[in-house]
Design a protein around this ligand. Structure first.
Ligand SMILES: *[C@@H]1O[C@H](CO)[C@@H](O)[C@H](O)[C@H]1NC(C)=O
Ligand SMILES: *[C@@H]1O[C@H](CO)[C@@H](O)[C@H](O)[C@H]1NC(C)=O
Ligand SMILES: *[C@@H]1O[C@H](CO)[C@@H](O)[C@H](O)[C@H]1NC(C)=O
Ligand SMILES: *[C@@H]1O[C@H](CO)[C@@H](O)[C@H](O)[C@H]1NC(C)=O
Length: 776
């Protein structure tokens, strides 16, 4: 994860420098809404006329068009020079013109690979009777979940359509054929499949079809994994390649339909382990189609930790149009934690999903020659014969020319075969990929390896399918092993083979990699929204890939384990599909509200969810808390918001997104968006904001508010009691947040956030909203 990111950034920052300034690049020209009744042809002609106004010839205008977005989004993507782009951006009807960012999008994955395991983890981690919501929602029957990712492996049992009704008449999607993908690969489960590659090919040239399939088929594994996490069928007796647990696998909404939109592709000249690249203009085309095809939920495990303003961000623009058509959009929060303000996808019309652990581990302790047994985790199928082996620290067996600060990292080519041969090598996380470190130990003749966490990784153990006997230990235990190595004349160790252990406590805890708030783009909106399982998640895999994606790895597996907010996002997409099945008329904001206000704050020991180092976590890590779909199905009250509310919010932060909409002269502050949580940055004296709740519980009900304010802050809610006489009734209240006398010198330091909650309760439902306040 760590280095994966930095290497990608390096790559993406270097590439644009190679492109000369005069060369044409893809720009997205965005108009906002389609106005009036126009045929698709008229829209395309309109786009063409804009291009003609900056291009010399008809031919030039035609050939430079990459996409014309005609269905729900009004805009086009075209090859333009910076000058042409600038000319277009000054035209009155144009909302924004932005370059499809050369750094593109990373798929949010921290690689940890495995095969086998029990999907029980998802069920268990929710602390609730999930079966109930499955029954209530008929397992998400007939809700359509669209996945923007790198395709699907349609033969996986997770996508079988046994017993599923024919495709609904309302569905307008298609099954696009291509390399090793024909119409038989769609069925009553996978009801749609399309791919989008024009942006990729404008940048890289034609796809190298040995690297990827020119079709909706997944050559990587990621898209198959996220698709099956969201909607995979229940599959019994998942076989376990490495002797790990076997059991039943199931996605969140097993009877929901799946629509695949392949937008991410293998990068030429890089190993598969580099992951895929996704272009904004391709994603925008996919969302434009997905909404028109009739998806109900969009799951997007793609992002960047440096998000652009909302009117220059392809995912944010696409999601806004999707939400206008009542499609729920869930996106990954990113894997750039634990540092603050590392969020991707912070738009308030998106559900931004953080990642946390489940209560299952793959136990593989390290036993030291002095008798100490230290807990570790692995899902490698390779085992050592039971005896003690010589143990060394990588720094002791590195080649002499390796700088000291990198010598413990087991980076490729750094270990001396002479010195490492036949030994167990202790390596440290930091630079280089985790499985890559194992490869280096193996290359140098080591017989096993122990991977020690850095301080930042804390207790977060990512179980990997290494290609030699290996285990991973936390930071504290890594220090103990180093102490032992340095204080012993002939250190030795043994790695106990991995086995699955359930009911682990505490769980969940926040993954260290999970990106954190506050959002720099929308500090007045508390993000992320929620957390869901994203550490060591088992789901279906592409048989064209290996569990590690390393070229040297020839294993083929049907199920694999990955970690990342890429994995937590489809849990929320699946849960949203269940809610949509139960409440087909709820808006996407109502569904998000239900998820946030019903989320849990406690772990399975009954105390507050912690971070990976055991410290209490806060709403900038988990939003409302850990998702509880069954409770979300009956939230009592919801904070609703419409497309118009989002436009008003954008007015309040000075972002133009729709030229047909005129902002009020004095827009209300952004804190007034009717959001189920609240964030107040730089509070001076006091701020009052308005919220409106809609009754979706019992017809006659009375709610009382209780407040747990941030330290040093006074919070007043008025009125403190809300009466409802019918379902659908709305009631408004105000929240005043005020700096307490002497509060600033107390616990609320300058610029540091304090956290609190307010909860409406009728004795049955607890509608809880998190808040974050910083004092100017
Ligand atoms: C799709 O491909 C499979 C495998 O090659 C073949 O058996 C099947 O008949 C094809 N279906 C169609 C509709 O072409
Ligand atoms: C396509 O990729 C394969 C595998 O990496 C490589 O061997 C081949 O040279 C590439 N072809 C082209 C035309 O770049
Ligand atoms: C290691 O040290 C060298 C110089 O001593 C420095 O340039 C480099 O940035 C350091 N690398 C890391 C990972 O700290
Ligand atoms: C190693 O990692 C550190 C911290 O993550 C980073 O600052 C540094 O640039 C990396 N060095 C190399 C050589 O990748």
């Amino acid at each position: 994860m760590e280095n994966f990111h930095s290497s990608l950034f390096l790559l993406f920052l270097l590439l644009p420098l190679l492109v000369s300034c005069t060369e044409r690049q893809v720009y997205i020209v965005y108009f906002g809404e389609h106005s009036g009744e126009k045929t698709l042809q008229q829209i395309e002609e309109n786009h063409h006329s804009y291009l003609l106004s900056v291009k010399e010839t008809e031919e030039d205008a035609k050939s430079s068009l990459v996409y014309s977005y005609k269905r729900t989004i009004n805009g086009f993507a075209a090859l333009l020079s910076p000058r042409e782009a600038s000319t277009l951006s000054k035209m009155e009807e144009v909302v924004s013109v932005f370059r499809s960012h050369p750094r593109k999008y990373e798929i949010h994955t921290t690689r940890s690979w495995e095969f086998a395991g029990v999907e029980e983890a998802i069920k268990k981690s929710e602390n609730l009777k999930r079966e109930d919501i499955w029954l209530k929602s008929s397992y998400g029957k007939d809700v359509v979940v669209g996945l923007l990712d790198n395709g699907v492996w349609p033969e996986s049992k997770s996508f079988n359509d046994e017993g599923m009704a024919p495709v609904p008449k309302s569905w307008k999607g298609i099954c696009q054929t291509g390399d090793e993908f024909n119409s038989s690969n769609c069925n009553n489960k996978i009801i749609g499949a399309r791919y989008y590659i024009k942006g990729y090919e404008a940048y890289y040239g034609p796809l190298n079809r040995t690297l990827d399939y020119l079709s909706p088929r997944d050559k990587d594994g990621h898209g198959t994994h996220t698709s099956s996490t969201a909607t995979g069928r229940r599959v019994d007796d998942i076989s376990a390649l490495g002797g790990f647990a076997s059991g039943t696998a199931s996605g969140g909404a097993p009877l929901a339909r799946l629509a695949i939109y392949k937008v991410c592709w293998a990068v030429p000249g890089h190993g598969k382990e580099e992951g895929n690249t996704c272009f904004e203009e391709d994603m925008l085309a996919a969302i434009d189609d997905a909404v028109a095809d009739g998806v109900d939920v969009l799951s997007i495990s793609i992002g960047t930790s440096h998000p652009e303003p909302f009117n220059q961000d392809g995912i944010a623009i696409g999601a806004l149009h999707a939400v206008k058509h009542n499609v729920v959009v869930a996106c990954s929060a990113g894997n750039s934690g634990p540092a603050p303000s590392t969020l991707s996808n912070p738009a308030p019309w998106i559900i931004t999903v953080a990642a946390s652990s489940v209560d299952r581990i793959f136990s593989s302790p390290a036993v030291l020659g002095n008798g100490m047994k230290l807990p570790g985790q692995t899902v490698t199928p390779y085992k050592l014969r039971k005896k003690l082996y010589p143990l060394v620290y990588a720094g002791q067996v590195a080649n002499l020319d390796v700088p000291k600060n990198l010598s413990g990292q087991c980076l490729p080519g750094t270990l001396s075969s002479k010195k490492a041969n036949g030994k167990i090598v202790m390596c440290l996380r930091g630079n280089g990929t985790r499985v890559g470190k194992g490869m280096e130990v193996k290359r140098a003749g080591g017989i096993g390896f122990i991977l020690g966490n850095s301080l930042a990784n804390g207790d977060e153990l990512v179980a990997d399918a290494h290609i030699l006997p290996a285990t991973a230990v936390n930071y504290q235990n890594g220090l103990k092993i180093m102490d032992y190595i340095h204080s012993s004349k002939a250190p030795t160790a043994y790695i106990v083979p991995g086995r699955t252990v359930l009911d682990i406590k505490p769980a969940p805890f926040m993954a260290a990699f999970s990106s954190r708030g506050p959002s720099a783009l929308s500090p007045d909106i508390l993000k992320p929204d929620i957390t869901a399982p994203g550490l060591n998640i088992l789901a279906a895999w592409s048989e064209a890939s290996s569990p590690t994606k390393l070229d040297a790895d020839k294993r083929v597996v049907k199920y694999n384990i990955l970690s990342g907010t890429s994995m937590s996002c489809p849990h929320i997409s699946g849960a949203s599909a269940l809610l949509k099945a139960i409440h087909p008329h709820w808006s996407s904001a109502a569904i998000r509200s239900a998820l946030i206000t019903s989320a849990g704050l406690n772990n399975n020991q009954g105390s507050m969810i912690t971070d990976a180092s055991g410290n209490s976590a806060d709403p900038f890590q988990f939003g409302g808390g850990h998702f509880r779909p069954a409770k979300a199905a009956d939230p009592g009250l919801v904070y609703d918001a419409s497309y118009m509310d989002y436009l008003l919010y954008l007015c309040s932060i000075g972002v133009k997104i729709d030229t047909t909409f005129t902002c009020p002269k004095h827009p209300m502050g952004p804190v007034n968006l009717n959001y189920p949580s609240l964030a107040v940055p730089n509070l001076r004296d006091s701020v009052t904001m308005v919220r409106t709740v809609t009754n979706v519980g019992g017809s006659k009900s009375t709610y009382f508010v209780s407040v747990k304010p941030p330290l040093g802050i006074l919070v007043k809610i008025w009125p403190p009691i809300l009466h409802f006489n019918r379902v659908g009734e709305k009631r408004s209240f105000t929240i005043t947040v005020k700096v307490a006398v002497g509060g600033i010198t107390g616990s609320v330091e300058k610029q540091k956030y304090g956290f609190g909650w307010y909860t409406w309760s009728d004795g049955i439902h607890n509608v809880r909203s998190p808040m974050a306040v910083s004092v100017a």
